[in-house]
Design a protein around this ligand. Structure first.
Ligand code: 5AD
Ligand code: SF4
Length: 448
């Protein structure tokens, strides 16, 4: 009889990719994914550490799941409980101390060891803890990534980890040193995805534009070269990549936005702050003007490029004038979309020890910045009304007869159309803007 695994994914798209790889690693030993924890024999929490109180939230979720350890045999018997991802990496043995009923704790670099850990725990050999950064790459040891079961748009991890050590960020500690997958592996995975019906690939990495993967000719490919090669894979109509660091935005990558049709005119490029003083304290390695110049170059290469960003407000030492610099930069650049956060200290990071600004100051700055960014997003969306946009339809809508897709600029677009358009790019005349999506009508002829 097959066993069932429930994987709960928190946080970024890389965790979504990792959860899929866990399912791939478990398939050969008989596990099928289910979407109800009550039905599962194994529950994995694939956690994220980027937000405040991440670890506390995991402990309360574990507290809720604990009763499934006492499940009677007739109802499936006790569940196996695992904590994976970045909280597992950061907390390690602490989790086994505070929640001793947990069976397995493993970091993002150890998910290929999952079958071995399950065997060990099932033998009664005690809890499993795997939070090393093994020398062997997890990608070599995992089964080939299966294409998403019903995916038109898929994530593909090409790079992992980060060597930048921004002073607020846990990623270099939880995901480890920067590592790029060999280009041939990435291309093979893209080919398998395309054969399974995937039309859009988002290349993932914590610092994706630092990509420098080994190439078959013995050299190294940067991200621009990899994108050009993926653009040649038959069936792949759209390519995106995320997340990028401004200082790795090389000339060839900017040129790729001009030259490669499949590369979508949308870029997530976190700036974090508009103040040089704060950027320096954050260890970001670029100034506000460097960012402005970079945006100019990108827009010269691809005039319709839509930009998205991340901002942190209330970093230690941020003055009113510093914050005004952030508002000024945002007002100047005009983002199509952006995320903004209040700074919150992450234990073990350099900025964590510094004196904190008042919570009320942080809250006020966040609401000011968010008001500006929301208005920019609304303006961007409204400017699309009356335009014809190519939309890749990837899911049925909530109402019968409705289908949903994405514009080149990542906006959700819904139209009334037959389900036969799913998996294809169609021209859509945008007619209105709703809270989180655009509505349109299908043009008669498909556009690429
Ligand atoms: N506090 C607030 N926001 C943070 N981010 C990362 N670390 C922190 C922190 N300690 C934000 C950054 C990053 C995004 C993924 O999360 O803006 O780009
Ligand atoms: Fe974190 Fe990004 Fe800075 Fe790396 S570049 S340390 S992932 S914020």
């Amino acid at each position: 009889m097959s066993k069932r695994v429930f994987i709960k994914t928190y946080g970024c798209q890389m965790n979504v990719y990792d959860s899929a790889r866990m399912a791939d690693a478990l398939a050969p030993i008989g596990f099928v994914p289910v979407d109800d924890p009550e039905q599962a024999d194994l529950i994995i929490l694939n956690t994220c550490h980027i937000r405040e109180k991440a670890a506390e939230k995991v402990y309360s979720e574990l507290g809720r799941l604990r009763r499934l350890k006492q499940r009677p045999a007739a109802a499936g018997g006790p569940v196996l409980l695992a904590v994976a991802g970045c909280v597992a990496q950061a907390e390690g043995a602490e989790i086994l101390d505070r929640a001793p009923y947990v069976d397995m704790v493993f970091g993002p670099q150890s998910l290929h060891r999952l079958p071995e850990m399950i065997a060990r725990v099932s033998r009664g050999a005690g809890q499993a803890l795997e939070t090393d950064f093994p020398v062997e790459g997890k990608f070599d040891l995992l089964p080939e990534a299966s294409a998403p079961a019903s995916g038109v748009a898929a994530f593909l991890t090409v790079q992992e980890g980060c060597d930048k050590f921004c002073t607020f960020c846990v990623v270099p500690y939880t995901r480890g040193a920067e590592f790029s997958r060999p280009a041939a592996d990435v291309l093979a995975e893209a080919g398998r995805y395309a054969a399974a019906g995937v039309r859009e690939i988002t290349l993932l990495g914590q610092n994706v534009n630092a990509y420098h993967g080994a190439a078959a000719d013995g050299g190294e490919w940067r991200l621009a070269r990899l994108i050009a090669a993926i653009a040649e894979v038959p069936g792949i109509e759209r390519i995106r990549y995320t997340t990028s660091h401004p200082t790795d935005m090389t000339e060839d990558l900017i040129a790729a936005h001009r030259d490669i049709d499949q590369l979508m005119p949308y870029l997530h490029l976190p700036v974090q702050s508009g103040s040089d003083r704060v950027l320096r304290a954050m260890g970001r390695r670029h100034s506000a003007d460097d960012y402005r110049r970079l945006v100019d170059r990108l827009r010269r290469a691809r005039p319709d490029l839509a930009l998205s960003s991340d901002f942190i407000v209330g970093f230690p030492g941020e003055s009113d004038a510093d914050f005004q610099d952030t508002l000024d930069l945002a007002a100047e650049v005009e983002f199509a979309q952006a995320y903004s956060f209040k700074y919150s200290p992450r234990p073990g990071t350099p900025a964590a020890g510094a004196a904190q600004l008042d919570e009320a100051v942080k809250r006020d700055r966040l609401s000011q910045l968010q008001a500006l960014l929301d208005a920019q997003q609304q303006a961007f969306n409204h400017a699309c009304v009356g335009e014809d946009l190519p939309v890749l339809f990837d899911r049925p809508g909530r109402h019968p007869g409705q289908v949903l897709g994405r514009s080149p600029y990542m906006q959700a677009v819904h139209v009334n159309a037959p389900a036969s358009v799913l998996g294809t790019v169609q021209g859509v005349r945008i007619i209105s803007v709703a809270a989180n999506s655009l509505a349109g009508t299908l043009k008669e002829r498909a556009v690429a």
